[in-house]
Design a binder for this molecule. Structure first.
Ligand code: AN0
Ligand code: CP
Length: 323
């Protein structure tokens, strides 16, 4: 595997899940695979889970790991070609990428949506430069439009906790004071469409996700209706994807105070099939979800985060096997 971006990059999903469960049983069985191989993890944005779980995954495989926080200690990077660099940016991505690539065998990059241009974000201008100019396999650690390591861990978690062959999975938008990317809901939708689940998305009007990811998944604007009989509730805030409202891309459409009835609480959970609550974290309590729901025994947020180590181990293993 040279690029890990979309669900298709893993090939057969059943095979990938079986591999994940085998690795979970014995996560150190491929210690020799990564010997003298170096993973470079590059963060343009903050991270707790991705940073730690991906390092752990690389160590499980016997790799060496270098972590770079681009905005703390490195030179400020220009990403646009053709600009006269007379501002605060001392180095260009076009030099930085091949230099960084020369010290490693595999590159992971986190670079969130910038919300400056929908076209640039949805064309993945940053990650595509890493793919083009590094000459190394590149895996996405949350890009402008996708977060595949998260969606893979989410699917592993659903497989572990499902009580029926084809569970009902509801992804719900929830309020948040700041504009957040669409990467997590995009990937979750893409992976749920590829998995054998009954998938429903619910959000207020204006927050329609890009058909590229959401496909023809069922959209239900009435949150309570969407929750009926759900086996899994996956909460996430996202800003306007600019599909039905192109001029509002990346914006919070209306003051969150007007949407506090979308906060996942016992009221909505009561109409589910004793659903498991899921969220990728970090989560703002009593904004996205109440204390009661996130602390309930049915909440999966901690095992879900723990499975990030497993998804990253499978992905790095696949990449190492192709070196
Ligand atoms: C990020 C997001 O919503 O994409 C990262 C989630 C894994 N969340 C925040 O910035 C709070
Ligand atoms: N879920 C997730 O990717 O968390 P971090 O932003 O802390 O890495």
């Amino acid at each position: 595997m040279r690029v890990f971006q979309n669900v298709e990059d893993l090939g057969n999903l059943r095979t990938a899940l079986d591999e994940a469960f085998a690795i979970k049983k014995d996560r150190y069985q491929y210690q020799e695979l990564g010997k003298n191989k170096t993973a470079l993890l590059i963060f343009f944005n903050n991270s707790l889970r991705t940073r730690l779980s991906t390092q752990k995954a690389a160590m499980n495989l016997g790799m060496n790991v270098i972590v770079l926080d681009v905005n703390q200690g490195a030179w400020k990077l220009e990403t646009e070609r053709g600009v006269v660099m007379d501002g605060d940016k001392s180095e260009h991505l076009l030099e930085a990428i091949p230099v960084m690539a020369s010290y490693c065998d595999v590159i992971g990059v986190r670079s969130f949506a910038r919300f400056e241009s929908r076209e640039d974000d949805y064309n993945e201008v940053i990650l595509n430069q890493f793919i083009k100019y590094s000459g190394r396999p590149v895996f996405f650690m949350e890009s402008a439009t996708v977060h595949p390591l998260q969606a893979f861990a989410d699917l592993i978690t659903i497989e572990e906790y499902k009580k029926k062959d084809r569970p009902k999975v509801v992804m719900t938008w929830a309020p948040h004071p700041k504009a957040l990317p669409q990467a997590v809901p995009n990937s979750f939708a893409q992976w749920m469409n590829a998995a054998d689940v009954d998938f429903v998305v619910t959000h207020p009007e204006g927050y329609e996700l890009d058909p590229l990811f959401v496909g023809d998944a069922r959209v239900e604007y009435d949150q309570m209706k969407a929750f009926e009989g759900a086996d899994f509730v996956y909460a996430k805030n996202w800003s306007c994807p600019g599909v039905t409202r192109p001029n509002d891309y990346g914006k919070v459409l209306e003051d969150y105070h007007n949407f506090l009835d979308w906060t996942v609480s016992d009221r909505q959970m009561a109409v589910t099939n004793q659903a498991h609550f899921m969220h990728c974290l970090p989560v703002r309590r009593n904004m996205i979800v109440t204390d009661e729901v996130i602390e309930a025994p049915t909440s999966l947020v901690i095992p879900e985060a723990a499975n990030r180590e497993i998804s990253a181990t499978v992905v790095l293993k696949r990449i190492l096997e192709s070196l």
